[in-house]
Design a protein around this ligand. Structure first.
Ligand SMILES: Cc1cc2nc3c(=O)[nH]c(=O)nc-3n(C[C@H](O)[C@H](O)[C@H](O)COP(=O)(O)O)c2cc1C
Length: 174
């Protein structure tokens, strides 16, 4: 699958099949994140890979829209020293970029994913033993899509994105 095809066809997957993801595939996905560029090459991230069902269940308590973790084959939890250092937004950018590398790599391997925004970081800290001084802004649930949630079985949702003309201006604002 070429990159553009992966970008075009990927959709959020929130229901997963029971099929486990082999360890080497999980490593391949996380390694795609490890290889991301980052501001000043700081590589501010630590990734916690979670496969234990009871821990995945605990991650559902991180926010109202985190329920998908319960059925995931695994989750990757993003941890950084300080989301707001430096104040230039480069750390959130770096985390988004490493996340997208993992998400797209997974999709080329037939593995769906969706982000879980963490509203209650202490839930994640307690579940995973993360020190209080670390930031835990989100995790990503991964797994082979449940047939009901497989984007390849759903109609293309071209209307779900703002149009190219709407989001793009050439040369100037006006
Ligand atoms: C920064 C960010 C946070 C998100 N947080 C959640 C979340 O907490 N729970 C969830 O189910 N989906 C979450 N999503 C997935 C979006 O809802 C989804 O990507 C969006 O609706 C577009 O759908 P698509 O990915 O299928 O194209 C998040 C996505 C992003 C980029």
């Amino acid at each position: 699958v070429d990159v553009h095809e992966a970008i075009r066809t990927r959709r959020a997957v929130r229901q997963f099949s029971d099929q486990p993801v082999p360890r080497e595939i999980m490593e391949q996905i996380v390694d795609a994140g490890r290889r991301s560029g980052s501001a000043k090459n700081r590589q501010p991230w630590t990734f916690i890979v979670v496969t234990a069902r009871d821990t995945l269940q605990k991650l559902t308590g991180c926010g109202e829209w985190c329920g998908h973790a319960a059925g995931a084959a695994f989750a990757v939890v993003m941890v950084v020293d300080d989301l707001h250092t430096p104040p230039t937004m480069t750390t959130p950018f770096d985390l988004g970029r490493t996340s997208q590398n993992m998400i797209l790599t997974a999709w080329t391997l037939g593995i769906g994913s969706v982000m879980g925004t963490i509203y209650h970081p202490d839930v994640a800290r307690v579940a995973l033993g993360i020190p209080a001084d670390q930031d835990v802004p989100w995790f990503i649930s991964f797994g082979y899509p449940h047939p009901d949630s497989d984007p390849r079985n759903r109609p293309a949702r071209t209307g779900a994105r703002r149009t190219f003309a709407d989001v793009t201006r050439w040369e100037r604002w006006e």
